[in-house]
Design a protein around this ligand. Structure first.
Ligand SMILES: [Zn+2]
Length: 141
C-alpha cells in the first residue's frame, strides 16, 4: 500500500512535469508507477510534506534509497545530493554530446548524484536514446 493518497501523488507528479526529477525520464510510455522520493529520508527525520517529496523513476529511487549526500568523484569531497526542491537542475547537470544520452555532472553535487544514482547505467542510457528516437525524450537531440 502506498504511503501517499492519489491526490498527493498527482500533485507531486504534476509539479515534476510527469518526469523523474533526477534523470528526467518521462512517466509517459513507462509501465511502472514512479515512486515518490523523500529527499531527506524518513530515517533522518524527513517528512511527508510536499517540500520533501520528489517524483523519481524506479531506477533513481532504488539507487538513492536513503542517501542524502555522496562523494564527488572529482574532488573526493562529501557533498549533498541534488535536491529538486531547492537546486536548479540545469546548474548541476547537462546532457553529454558524446556519448549521447549520458548525463554529466557540472558541480560536486551533480557529479555525486550521477554516481550514487547510477544515472548513466547502460540500460538507462539505452532507454533515453530509444525514447528520444520516438520523440518521448525531447531533451536529447
Ligand atoms: Zn530517474
Amino acid at each position: 500500500m502506498s504511503a501517499f493518497s492519489d491526490v498527493r501523488r498527482a500533485e507531486v507528479a504534476a509539479r515534476a512535469g510527469h518526469r523523474c526529477e533526477y534523470c528526467h525520464l518521462p512517466t509517459r510510455g513507462q509501465v511502472a508507477t514512479f515512486p515518490i522520493d523523500h529527499i531527506s529520508p524518513r530515517s533522518a527525520g524527513g517528512t511527508n510534506e510536499l517540500s520533501n517529496l520528489a517524483l523519481t523513476c524506479p531506477h533513481c529511487n532504488a539507487q538513492k534509497w536513503t542517501a542524502a549526500e555522496g562523494t564527488d568523484p572529482e574532488t573526493k569531497e562529501r557533498v549533498p545530493l541534488f535536491n529538486p526542491r531547492c537546486d536548479e537542475w540545469d546548474q548541476h547537470f547537462e546532457w553529454a554530446v558524446d556519448p549521447p544520452g549520458e548525463l554529466a555532472g557540472l558541480t560536486g553535487t551533480g557529479r555525486a548524484t550521477v554516481a550514487i544514482l547510477c544515472m548513466n547505467a547502460i540500460e538507462m542510457v539505452a532507454l533515453r536514446r530509444l525514447l528520444a528516437e520516438v520523440g518521448l525524450f525531447p531533451e536529447l537531440r
